[in-house]
Design a protein around this ligand. Structure first.
Ligand SMILES: [Mg+2]
Length: 179
């Protein structure tokens, strides 16, 4: 099966955040990967409330120096540039909301319509939950991807994995590389 994307101006992204409750959640780490392979990974300062699951599973694996939210915004803007890319994430609703909470809705550097890879899978007749590190439905096996090389819940690895999966669906890397 192949994806025929509308645009190749895209950036893969993933974030880990403090809660699934949109009123409380804030970004703790973010990973961005461009089509040309350039990547950015940041961990943000945060001292607010953290969901118990996040405390147990995410906080221990955040090992980089933490930067302020202002610094994070600056580095993300520099990385993205002026092209306003489509952001492609897997189950992107939380990432998107917390992205808006970080930047503000009117002043963030991505195109205003984010693309959800779970919805793409759904539209192709694939269970969106097949995209899962445990690979119970042999999703990665069938794609020929070694998912074990990606650290689960690491935002950069999640974004890199999404890129690898996306390109498998796309069929040809040559077609999708920025001109
Ligand atoms: Mg993730």
């Amino acid at each position: 099966m192949k994806i025929e994307p509308y645009s190749d101006n895209i950036i893969f992204y993933d974030s880990e955040f403090s809660s699934l409750d949109p009123y409380k959640g804030e970004i703790l780490s973010i990973g961005l990967v461009k089509m040309n392979g350039e990547e950015l990974y940041l961990e943000l300062e945060y001292d607010g409330e953290v969901n118990p699951w996040v405390k147990k599973n995410i906080l221990p694996i955040l090992k980089e120096p933490k930067i302020s939210r202002e610094e994070a915004k600056k580095r993300i803007r520099e990385f993205i540039g002026k092209k306003e890319p489509y952001f492609v994430g897997y189950i992107n609703q939380f990432d998107t909301i917390y992205w808006y909470k970080l930047f503000g809705v009117d002043n963030h550097p991505a195109y205003w319509i984010p693309i959800d890879f779970a919805s793409i899978l759904f539209g192709l007749g694939i269970d969106p939950e097949a995209y899962n590190h445990q690979d119970k439905k042999n999703f990665y096996k069938e794609l020929g991807i070694d998912v074990s090389k990606y650290r689960e819940h690491n935002a950069l690895d999640d974004a890199k994995l999404l890129k690898e999966v996306y390109l498998k669906f796309y069929g040809s890397i040559d077609k999708i590389m920025p001109k």
